[in-house]
Write a protein that binds this ligand. Structure first.
Ligand SMILES: O=P(O)(O)OC[C@H]1O[C@](O)(COP(=O)(O)O)[C@@H](O)[C@@H]1O
Ligand SMILES: [Mn+2]
Length: 319
């Protein structure tokens, strides 16, 4: 176990849940309304207001975009009361905007915090990701190995046939070849429309039956999911994917110099970190916000890397 950090101690773990709850509740009024932008804006505004009540000197390192393209929670924005511990924050107030707009599964309000410098300042590009849950030998998954090799390694360690392995993949044309290869190995491919933070975390939850997550998704979501897997004991590897010179230039701006690097969990989220999420819509990880006469209910999870504690928090909020 790693040493427990005093810095994060001073930012109450459960305060993080209030922040994700506030964002999820705000977005929930717009579930199924077909308006991604409005739902995202509501979540952003509520998350920012909740963060600004906390005793900390916080900096958004992964947020809604660069200062000139995002009015709130942009990268570099200072949040909190400006006093107290220096904290870096990665956030996605509404992870799965399309899911929320179409009332699909697994949209979340998410954040991760670490001591200053603890989170990779990932530019908003794609990331190649592979993840598995806890209990496997270190280094069992590797982006330099083929999907077939990774499935076979995990199947062997689990003591099952590759046919018994289930891999979660974002349903995108860019994954066609990988999906075909996985099906040729014989494993089950669970295709999701959006929401790879939940997809990656699902590997840590035996109830989902998902053994592996593979494929390209957002790099910011990769850092958030890595922070969660640091807490659950799962494994994750990520490599940034640059499609053009503009994206490569953006990487340099955030201090990323080795463009081909395969990042391990601890290079994406270093030291002690806390991950929190609240469900906006129902999903494998969390139930969504439910509105009923006189009250609302929320379901959240908050985890901490240094202790490996995972807390499930059910909230009842009177209207
Ligand atoms: O839709 P793309 O471009 O394939 O990007 C994949 C990314 O989009 C998501 O599905 C949803 O992202 P948003 O939160 O921006 O709506 C992520 O979970 C995933 O990492
Ligand atoms: Mn997102």
């Amino acid at each position: 176990m790693q040493p427990v950090s005093n810095t994060l101690d001073r930012v109450l773990v459960l305060e993080m849940v209030r922040v994700t709850e506030a964002a999820a509740i705000a977005a929930s009024t717009l579930v199924g309304r077909g308006d991604e932008k409005a739902a995202d804006a509501a979540a952003v505004e509520a998350m920012r207001a909740a963060l600004n009540e906390l005793y900390m000197d916080g900096t958004v390192v992964i947020g809604e975009g660069e200062r000139d393209e995002a009015p709130m929670l942009f990268i570099g924005e200072k949040v909190g009361l400006g006093k107290g511990p220096e904290i870096d924050i990665a956030l996605d107030p509404l992870e799965g905007t399309t899911i929320c707009a179409t009332a699909g599964p697994n949209s979340l309000a998410v954040l991760a915090i670490a001591e200053k410098g603890g989170l990779l300042n990932a530019p908003d590009v794609y990331m190649d990701k592979i993840a598995c849950g806890p209990g496997y030998p270190a280094g069992i998954i590797d982006l330099d190995k083929s999907p077939t090799e990774n499935v076979k390694a995990v199947a062997k360690a689990k003591g099952v046939d590759p046919h018994d392995i289930i891999v979660c993949v974002l349903n995108r044309p860019r994954h066609e070849a990988m999906i075909a290869e996985l099906r040729a190995v014989g494993c089950g491919v669970m295709l999701i429309g959006d929401g790879d933070v939940a997809g990656v975390i699902a590997t840590s939850d035996p109830d989902t039956t998902i053994d592996l997550y593979m494929g390209q998704g957002g790099a910011p979501e990769g850092v958030l999911a890595a922070a969660a897997l640091r807490c659950t004991g799962g494994q994750f590897k990520g490599r940034l994917v640059f499609r053009n010179d503009d994206e490569r230039a953006r990487a340099a701006k955030w201090g990323v110099t080795d463009l081909d690097k395969q990042y391990d969990l601890t290079e994406l989220a270093r030291g002690d970190c806390i991950f929190a999420a609240t469900g906006v819509t129902d999903g494998s990880l969390l139930a969504g916000v439910k509105r009923m006469p006189g009250k609302m209910t929320t379901e959240s999870v908050v985890m901490r890397a240094s202790s490996g504690t995972v807390r499930w928090v059910k909230g009842e909020h009177r209207l």
